[in-house]
Ligand binder design. Structure first.
Ligand code: FES
Ligand code: FES
Length: 196
């Protein structure tokens, strides 16, 4: 049962293959076998969201998915989020504009989670933004810049000006977005695929 298995995935638009042990997580396959180290690992047990990638369009925690479960799937990592090499997606640009990162370790997970979240909810309320972010943890920023980045993307996609954050007088309070929203088990943006 522990013999290595050949797997093939479409990763960031390119077909990639590897031979992996069944116990190896998708995160480790991406980082070690495919050298895509933009996907970060922190808690490695499904709590922090740093390892979030898109699996067939759904945000998943790649530390909780086995690589063999992704055989045949389409995977998008943070390296594949931008429209072209050398460019930033609007979510990435908004993080830069709104100071949505400090050390940046959590940022790939946030960028991928927010990309998926805005696909499903293109016009979220502040409460929905905070709930949507509740599955990703950041130890540096206090979340205000991250929430403002999401607001900027929403405004830009609606045809409004970026202006670097929330309107005056509409600033979210400091503190993690998990306050007042469902616990991490009920987070809105990360789902797990069913086992094959
Ligand atoms: S490293 Fe996967 S959720 Fe924390
Ligand atoms: S920017 Fe450092 S953990 Fe989020």
């Amino acid at each position: 049962m522990s013999d290595p298995h050949p797997i093939t995935m479409t990763v960031n638009g390119q077909q990639r293959s590897a031979i992996v042990e069944p116990r190896k997580t998708l995160a480790d396959v991406l980082r070690e076998d495919m050298r895509l180290t933009g996907t970060h690992l922190a808690c490695e047990h499904g709590v922090c969201g740093a390892c979030t990638v898109l699996l067939d369009g759904e945000a998943v925690r790649s530390c909780l998915v086995f690589g063999v479960q992704a055989d045949g799937a389409e995977v998008t990592t943070v390296e594949g989020i931008a429209p072209a090499p050398g460019e930033l997606s609007d979510v990435q640009a908004a993080f830069r504009d709104c100071h949505g990162l400090q050390c940046g370790f959590c940022t790939p997970g946030f960028v991928v989670s927010i990309t998926a979240f805005l696909e499903k909810n293109p016009a979220p309320t502040d409460e929905e933004i905070r709930s949507g972010l509740s599955g990703n943890l950041c130890r540096c920023t206090g979340y205000t810049g991250i929430v403002n980045a999401v607001r900027q993307v929403v405004r830009e996609r609606a045809g409004g000006p970026p202006n670097g954050g929330a309107p005056a007088g509409d600033q979210p309070s400091e503190g993690p977005p998990t306050q007042g929203v469902p616990t991490i088990a009920g987070h809105a943006v990360t789902t797990l695929p069913s086992a094959p």
